[in-house]
Design a binder for this molecule. Sequence first.
Ligand code: ATP
Length: 232
Amino acid sequence: MLEVQELHVRYGTTHAVRGVSLTVGAGEAVALLGPNGAGKTSTLRALSRLTAATGAVRFDGEDLSGLAAEQVARRGLIHVPEGRRVFVDLTVHENLQLGMTARQGRTGGFSLDDVYDLFPALVPLRRRLGFALSGGEQQMTAIGRGLVAAPRMMLIDEPSLGLAPVVVEAVAEALVAVRSRVALLVIEQNVHVAVRVCQRAAVLNGGAIVMQAAVDELHDRDTLLASYLGQR
Ligand code: ATP
């Protein structure tokens, strides 16, 4: 479904992503792991064309390289950015409704009710403005907004970062519940969440993929941590 070959991202003299190649199949959930500065966010932003990059990115066989970010989203490749950017002057419900405008006629998406079922904590907050939400409530809203856009694949940047354990649990549970309907590529520093949500993981370090494995194999934590830290 998503095929990435030899992706490079450069910021001036910083070569942040150095020849990343990976695939995510339909119905697959893949974790992107790696230390700070490894190039995870740059990779994700390059895939959704929010950051300039070279290399081949194909989504359902279509080359995305000439497209603007908005056109990529219209094809159902939906980015949930780092920092849970919800619209602070809109309510939870209005934020979710906004996600529906990105549907572009795709059917089979998640309804607003589906999102409230996935995240019951949002139900009493329907009319609360974005600025008055906690980090976890914002994250649930941001993921919900992505889901109602009828994504074919979601790119999610650090969904559990900085959240209380109970909210991490709610987010992980929701991602497990949706992954049969939408492919996922998730940046996740929390290895427990990555192992729970994803079938496969790619470990980035220094802008390059240093390890790809089924998450079952990541249970060997020594192997994981060694590659995570770039040490052997
Ligand atoms: P983190 O977990 O800290 O977000 P990351 O793995 O997502 O790390 P990136 O944010 O992609 O890594 O950063 C990779 C490299 O590119 C880092 O050296 C970072 O300083 C640099 N970088 C990222 N964004 C920019 C930018 N807009 N301009 C210049 N350099 C950047």
